[in-house]
Design a binder for this molecule. Sequence first.
Ligand code: NAP
Length: 270
Amino acid sequence: MFPFRGLLGGQKALVTGASSGIGRAVALALAEAGADVVVNFIGSSEAADEVVSAIQTIGSKAIPILADVSQEAQVQTMFKRAIEEFGTVDILVNNAGIQSNAPVDGMTIGQWNSVIATNLTGQFLCAREAIREFKRRGVVSTVSVSAGKIICISSVHEAIPWAGHVNYAASKGGVMLLMKSIAQEVAALKIRVNSICPGAIRTPMNESAWENREAYNALMPLIPYKRIGEPEEIGRLAAFLASDYADYITGTSVYVDGGMMLYPGFESGG
Ligand code: NAP
């Protein structure tokens, strides 16, 4: 039984990069909790349509919207369409993200710019549009005690350095202070902003880390809880953070990482 069924009834959510992995699981969890969901995608419309159908089967409304979150005009058009279709947006989940790995002295400006543009600028552009809508609408007490909620999908790498991935780690470190600064700026308006920081989650993004036994075993020394995380575990937290049960939580990073942040090297050393 899904623990948050009905909690988000009457609310409208927009999830970026919702056609795969964590975004897909978050979109489904918000729908299970009663929200109607905009399924943002950039690549395969078939994958987005599959998520839309799954949400409709749950009993919520869903629409797919193609938009590149790094492009200002596309983000603005996406929010305009979402508001036309659903009347408003109550919940934004800033999930879309990419990696483009290289040693720092071999990283191209293209690799740097693309990761910063999607993972950091994309989160700013979507948060800005969401806050404009939250301020326009204000609190509707029959829907939620808050005027709006933003959940940034960050990473343990907002705090853990990551050699060979300096663009990704810099983007997630940026998301941390973007989230906290926005949270501070809009708290008095009853808008809550938080991050979820996944550790290693079973999605296409990190398939090489779990696709075979050897790779999986090599990952385990980094995870005290000794298993990979599942996308649904991020989805359930997103539904909770978006709900009024989390009304006093803002400006916080919540780690969902099986203990990856616990300096696992110290289990036996130090
Ligand atoms: P994923 O399955 O690759 O999902 C990423 C999604 O973002 C895809 O649907 C992708 O679309 C979409 N996307 C990429 N660029 C976009 C853009 N410019 N505009 C709109 N959508 C875009 O990977 P994931 O693991 O679920 O990642 C989701 C988020 O979790 C990311 O922010 C990632 O950094 C974070 N995260 C993941 C892990 C993990 O272990 N998996 C750990 C920590 C943090 P296409 O597939 O069509 O390209």
